[in-house]
Ligand binder design. Structure first.
Ligand code: DX5
Ligand code: ZN
Length: 228
């Protein structure tokens, strides 16, 4: 089911809880808990067991969840051949599609396609991928995603060197495009990446592994405010 939800305009710090650390047997309820904390987007990690060594969810799950949620579905495709599947995810209710530059030879074409299907588009780079690889595609996107862990699993350690690439990415895209960061974000690392220029913070373990999800989100927000 398609919705009119759009990514919030750049210029605000947004927390995007990643459902990877949520209870997959109660996903709608889990998302409702973070919605009650006022998040504007939730991060849905899609893994195919090929591009990354793990498998998660696909369009049927997103389609069912869409009925229960009123926030932007920020869909992170950790899959091979993203161009083949992007449409299915958008039709299921994804509002934003991020694909990996390592998985797509014609990023400009895919960004165009995602836009023509009514969603916003993002390109993502792995920790070992140089910023140069997304230089041209980044400017066509609505949000660029910088990985600060190797994609595939939650609760990994934050990679400081990978995070430094945010500075370079922010220089390329300017203030109007969101820069998202994914991997090891918590109240300690969030202010660091915000200082580098990130404005959209994915947090899996730091939110869903905690009992009180709204309190966990507020702790990250507070840590960012204190450093600003
Ligand atoms: C990892 C995923 C992340 C993951 C982050 O491949 O893309 O979105 O959920 O988890 P944390 O925040 O626990 O590092
Ligand atoms: Zn992710």
């Amino acid at each position: 089911m398609k919705t009119d939800l759009r990514l919030p305009k750049a210029g605000t710090i947004e927390i995007a809880p990643s459902i990877l650390s949520a209870d997959f047997a109660h996903l709608a309820d889990e998302i409702a808990q973070v919605e009650s904390a006022g998040v504007k987007l939730v991060h849905l990690d899609v893994m195919d067991g090929h591009f990354v060594p793990n498998i998660t969810i696909g369009p049927p799950v997103i389609e069912k969840l869409r009925r229960y949620s009123k926030v932007v579905f920020d869909c992170h495709l950790m899959i091979s051949e993203p161009a083949k599947y992007a449409q299915r995810f958008i039709e299921a209710g994804a509002n934003h599609i991020t694909f990996h530059i390592e998985a797509e030879k014609k990023p400009a074409n895919l960004i165009k396609k995602i836009h023509s299907l009514g969603a916003t588009a993002g390109v993502c780079l792995n920790p070992e991928t140089p910023v140069d690889a997304i230089k041209d595609a980044a400017k066509l996107c609505d949000m660029v995603l910088v990985m600060t862990v190797h994609p595939g699993f939650g609760a990994q350690e934050f990679m400081t060197d990978a995070a430094k690439k945010i500075i370079e990415v922010r220089k390329i895209v300017g203030p109007a495009i969101r820069v998202e960061v994914d991997g090891g974000i918590n109240a300690e690392t969030a202010p660091v990446v915000v200082a580098y220029g990130a404005d959209t913070l994915v947090a899996g373990n730091a939110v869903f592994a905690q009992k009180d999800r709204p309190a966990a989100i507020e702790a990250i927000r507070k840590a960012c405010r204190q450093k600003q």
